[in-house]
Write a protein that binds this ligand. Structure first.
Ligand SMILES: Nc1ncnc2c1ncn2[C@@H]1O[C@H](COP(=O)(O)OP(=O)(O)OP(=O)(O)O)[C@@H](O)[C@H]1O
Ligand SMILES: [Mg+2]
Length: 399
């Protein structure tokens, strides 16, 4: 049976809409639409009309290729307003036969979920990490086990209700219903991290334009997720300040000459010219290098516990548009003293050529998340009304 799937990746730099179908044989991409985003800052909607129009344009581009309408989609959300924490839920098994049933598991999850969600926040994810039955820890699936007391440890992700509502308004205003709203790094991980790596322990950092989205996995589960408000825009800003050029020119310089490889040691430095300005390659690389080094260190500070090297046997994966910087994996490895690789979406069937860039990892990850059946309790984001008004389309960034 073919299942239609659609995703909208709402980023600070670009909006990417994907339409696909999936059956036992796998996922086939039927339509892709990418436009520069407007109305977003650090992952959050700051202008409803502009954001909605960017989304509408990306969706309509995807629809034109696919040849049918996008009725509903899985959507990502990110930003500093998102909080995650690991919570416990404990219940007594009071049935006569003292065997754990699915209903008990659901009840334990409900207890974990009821712990701490203030009215101005929305639950995005409640992911079971492990179960304890009568003190026996590390139980993977407790259903059918004998016991009196069931505990569940969960990874819970909540978002500001306002941010969820604003994003929902934009999506619905663009004529699309929301199937699910997923915290970006969890979707991103679907496209680039294997089940084995998640078992071994691994950190993912999706370095986009406005945010760096982090997820840490251990024993097959996400044990920590967070958002850092530093990414590609800061790199561009640093170049702009360091070279005394406009932000736009700095972005062009970054895309054309940007690298984190050390230059100049062996006299191989060269003078570059762009937009009437001349500067040595080593200066550009140094500016980018110090900012990116800081980002890698900040990402590692997110890892729970003292000994990240022991926890992260699988190393580190870097994705997002900024992961295109030449020399990044090598530099990351030096800084983190861990195996570091650049992650990009796998090649897919259909019209997916441009999706293999690291910038589209979250976009493709959303489709892969939807294609897989999940065991978590799905939480529908609240709906908002559509708004009317004009919009403004930008062009996608030069490559
Ligand atoms: N070749 C490249 N070298 C360096 N930086 C690049 C390159 N290509 C893209 N970038 C940068 O990647 C960033 C955009 O990445 P991405 O498309 O992943 O962001 P986004 O998903 O729109 O934003 P976010 O996830 O932060 O909300 C921009 O800052 C852009 O300058
Ligand atoms: Mg992104």
């Amino acid at each position: 049976m073919k299942k239609r799937l659609s995703a909208i990746d709402v980023g600070t730099t670009k909006v990417c809409a994907i339409m696909a179908d999936a059956d036992e044989a796998g996922v086939r991409i039927l339509g892709v639409g990418v436009v520069s985003s407007r109305g977003l800052q650090k992952g959050m909607v700051v202008n409803l009309n502009e954001a909605r129009e960017s989304i509408r344009k990306a969706v309509s581009m995807a629809e034109q290729t696919a040849g049918f309408k996008m009725a509903s989609a899985i959507v990502n959300i990110t930003g500093r307003h998102i909080h995650s924490a690991n919570n416990r839920g404990v219940i007594a098994i009071s049935r006569k036969d003292e065997v754990v049933k699915q209903a008990d598991v659901n009840r334990a999850l409900e207890v974990a979920r009821n712990t701490a969600i203030p009215a101005d926040r929305r639950l995005l994810h409640l992911l079971p990490l492990s179960y304890t039955v009568d003190g026996q820890e590390g139980v993977k699936s407790p259903v059918g086990m004998h016991g009196f007391k069931l505990e569940v440890e969960t990874h819970m992700v909540t978002a500001s209700a306002t941010a969820v509502e604003n994003l929902s308004k934009c999506i619905k205003g663009a004529g699309v219903e929301i199937d699910e709203m997923i915290f970006s790094p969890l979707a991103c991980a679907e496209a680039v991290i294997s089940a084995d790596e998640m078992m071994d322990g691994i950190i993912l950092a999706d370095i986009g334009g406005g945010t760096t989205d982090i997820a840490v996995f251990k024993d097959g589960k996400p044990i920590h997720t967070s958002v850092l408000p530093v990414a590609g825009y800061q790199i561009t800003h640093d170049i702009s300040v360091g070279l005394g050029v406009s932000w736009e020119l700095a972005e062009e310089i970054k895309l054309r000459y940007g690298s984190v490889m050390p230059v100049g040691d062996e006299g191989n430095d060269q003078m570059l010219s762009e937009g009437g300005h001349s500067f040595p390659q080593s200066q550009v690389s140094e500016i980018i290098r110090s900012r990116v080094e800081e980002m890698v260190r900040l990402a590692l500070l997110e890892v729970p516990g003292e000994d990240y090297q022991n926890l992260l046997r699988g190393g580190m994966v870097l994705t997002g548009g900024s992961a295109n910087l030449p020399g990044l994996a090598e530099m990351g490895q030096e800084v983190a003293r861990l195996p570091v690789r650049i992650g990009a979406p796998p090649a897919m069937y259909g019209v997916s050529e441009r999706l293999t860039d690291p910038a589209f990892t979250t976009s493709v990850g959303l489709i892969m998340w939807r294609a897989k059946s999940r065991t978590e309790i799905p939480v529908k984001p609240i709906s908002g009304s559509s708004e009317s008004g004009g919009g403004f389309f930008g062009l996608f960034k030069r490559k």
